[in-house]
Design a protein around this ligand. Structure first.
Ligand code: 7RM
Length: 652
């Protein structure tokens, strides 16, 4: 490690490998030359309004044209002022108008292996019927509808049906507790909940409706519950006057309901996301800007072509599912695979079986999944022909170089570019990513900002710092996909994102930018560890640990230390069934060799699993409490598996 002045983030990534895009890829790519990208980037930066005017006119349908392109009164933005459009129209009707009606929009496979394909024409019929049913059930423009459903086509249909009539959807991941659903219903004053009789999960059935019933006892604003039959479980109790079956009200509706012309800034959805403290925030996105950002970032980053079969493995309960299963790819007329099940059911090769079966060309998944595949073993991958793949994507966390290399070699056959996409629920869509036809990638770096994204790196006072040293990542200019607010909490919106640096969006992540202009996300601001005045990023220490052959996963946090200010505590899962003092010592030395003495963990705890949010992110806040011997505080509603916490404590 370089000896640096106190206060700067020690950059300890020694990643020097560079992977230029294969020439055959570049030859056919949507963006195929650096000049083309430079031109886009410079136009978007230097003539923001001119650039986005042209983009919006070309890539969205307008019932009525907009006037002003961007009305920016920080932190409030209005995009495409006065225009009228509709996200459901853009995702469906526009494709039909342009001759893509018979193309498969969604190819779906359920956990038990049942399948269904919906063309754009068929998707339109289903969305119209659902929208008409919502109307019949009293849902009006501006009403909030909570959606708590399995990953079935009806989940996407329900989202698009809301969009069609200007209702605001709030998708709640179908693993949340009754308490979490009730909190979200109450915060948003939801009028309806759409759910199902149950959900298939690793061969078992989860009774979703029972959970919703419990939530509805504490959700006075909800008047109607619409229930899809997914399992065939007719015993579910239906409350008279409140609960209705999907097949009773949706199926009988007309399959042609014109999309409502909606003002550009009509709220499209709320998505709840946990903050580091306190209750979840309802991140608000609006219609035109979000839809345009979703579509264009999809086309740029995934290099979409007509014959692609694109698969994003996220759940629609997360922003990745909203933007890159529904609004982006459908607006681009793509064919999307949608999968209901888990990656290891009935066996650990399910994903690879699907890639082979549907000849998937673009795969977008998360580092947490990739690390699980590595742990499960190559034999599950080797059984399948993955030669249809041409592009791989990663999202959700930084991808450690070890996992990157495995993904590149084992899944991509060393010939597919990897796009490591950095973005947030708040940003609506991808902000930084390689462009697969032109960017030479470095494992672990999300490389460069997309057109329209103007980043900066600042210190705690908001002053610009030397980008190579690292600091807090901000976005200096408004962009179409940016969040429009925190539902019902203007103060929190301003405090969280806009108070540190005037007029700049504070991402909450730390980053540094290397000499080549490549960005490296160093983790959340709260995750920086300060050891004797040296600032270390958790992800680097984690990457070093994971590069040891016996380590599957690692989570690193700081804990108070009288001498050093903070000491490093590491929670690791290993393949060794009986890890002991010897391995502990070996791992310490390993980190010391990889990074330096300062980064050597003080505590190493062997754990059966690290606590993660249901979307796969390590819950470092909880680990900080455990490492410091405190009661875990704050919101744990996104914790994947509560039993993990209990076992981690036992380790103490
Ligand atoms: C898309 C999504 C956002 C936070 C973000 C980062 C982390 C996401 C990457 C990443 C490093 C990446 N939205 N993050 N992608 N860190 N490299 N490619 O995940 O709202 O759920 O989370 O996730 O800390 O701020 S999110």
């Amino acid at each position: 490690m370089t000896d640096t002045a106190a206060g700067q983030i020690d950059h300890v990534f020694h990643e020097r490998r560079l992977f230029p895009p294969p020439a055959e890829f570049t030859a056919k790519a949507v963006i195929r030359s650096q000049e083309q990208y430079d031109d886009l980037y410079q136009r978007a930066r230097d003539d923001r309004d001119g650039f986005w005017k042209q983009e919006a006119e070309q890539h969205l349908h307008w019932f009525e044209p907009f006037g002003e392109v961007c009305k920016w009164n920080a932190p409030h933005a209005e995009w495409f002022v006065g225009g009228k459009t509709n996200a459901s129209y853009n995702c469906i009707d526009r494709n039909i108008d342009q001759g893509r009606g018979d193309r498969a929009a969604i190819i779906w496979e359920g956990e038990p292996g049942d399948t269904r394909t919906l063309t754009y024409n068929e998707l339109k019929s289903e969305v119209c019927k659902c929208a008409a049913a919502l109307r019949e059930l009293g849902i009006q423009t501006g009403d909030v509808v909570s959606i708590y459903m399995p990953m079935t086509p009806e989940l996407a249909i329900a989202m698009l049906a809301c969009a069609r009539i200007g209702a605001i959807h709030s998708v709640i991941f179908a693993g949340f507790s009754a308490e979490s659903i009730a909190d979200r219903n109450n915060d948003a004053q939801a009028k309806m909940v759409i759910t199902s009789d149950g959900l298939h999960r690793r061969g078992k059935v989860l009774p979703l409706k029972v959970t919703v019933d419990e939530a509805l006892e504490k959700s006075p604003s909800v008047q109607t519950c619409l229930v899809l039959r997914r399992i065939g479980n007719d015993d579910v109790p239906m409350k008279d006057g409140r609960d209705v079956w999907w097949h009773d009200v949706v199926d009988k509706q007309s399959d042609d309901l014109p999309a409502e012309p909606l003002d550009s800034e009509t709220p499209l959805f709320i998505l709840y996301t946990s903050g580091s403290t306190g209750k979840p925030k309802g991140i608000l996105h609006s219609t035109a800007g979000y839809n345009l950002w979703a579509k264009r970032t999809f086309q740029w980053v995934f290099d979409h072509r007509d014959d692609d079969v694109y698969w994003c493995t996220a759940d629609c309960g997360w922003i990745t599912g909203h933007t890159y299963i529904v609004y982006g790819p459908l607006a681009a007329g793509a064919t999307c695979l949608m999968f209901e099940g888990a990656p290891n059911y009935p066996a650990e090769d399910r994903f690879w079986e699907l890639v082979e079966k549907y000849k998937v060309t673009i795969l977008y998944t998360a580092p947490t999944a990739i690390r699980a595949f590595i742990k499960w073993g190559d034999q599950h991958v080797d059984k399948h022909d993955l030669s249809s793949l041409r592009l791989l994507g990663s999202v959700g966390e930084g991808i450690n170089p070890e996992a990157w290399m495995w993904y590149h070699k084992k899944i991509g056959g060393s010939s597919c570019p990897i796009v490591d996409t950095w973005w947030q629920t708040e940003t609506g869509g991808i902000m930084m990513s390689p462009l697969p036809g032109i960017t030479a990638t470095k494992p672990g770096s999300c490389t460069q900002p997309l057109p329209g994204v103007v980043p900066s790196i600042v210190d705690e006072t908001g002053a610009s710092v030397d980008a190579e040293h690292g600091g807090m990542l901000c976005i200096d200019q408004p962009w179409p996909g940016m969040l429009r607010g925190v539902w019902g909490d203007e103060e929190r919106f301003v405090e969280t994102y806009w108070a540190t640096v005037k007029g700049k969006y504070l991402t909450g992540d730390n980053a540094r930018c290397d000499k080549d202009g490549y960005y490296w996300i160093m983790g959340r601001i709260d995750d920086v560890i300060n050891v004797s005045g040296h600032r270390l990023s958790t992800i680097e220490v984690e990457s070093a640990l994971v590069s040891h052959e016996l380590v599957c996963e690692a989570a690193v946090v700081g804990r108070p230390d009288d001498l050093k200010g903070q000491a490093i505590a590491a929670f690791v899962t290993v393949t060794d069934p009986n890890p002991g003092e010897e391995l502990r010592q070996e791992l310490r030395m390993h980190v010391r060799k990889q990074i330096g003495a300062l980064a050597q963990p003080d505590d190493i705890r062997f754990a059966a699993a690290v606590p993660k949010t249901r979307s796969g992110k390590i819950m470092r806040r909880l680990l900080r409490d455990i490492a410091a011997g405190r009661e875990a505080a704050g919101d744990t509603s996104t914790l994947e598996d509560y039993s993990v916490l209990a076992t981690l404590r036992e380790e103490e």
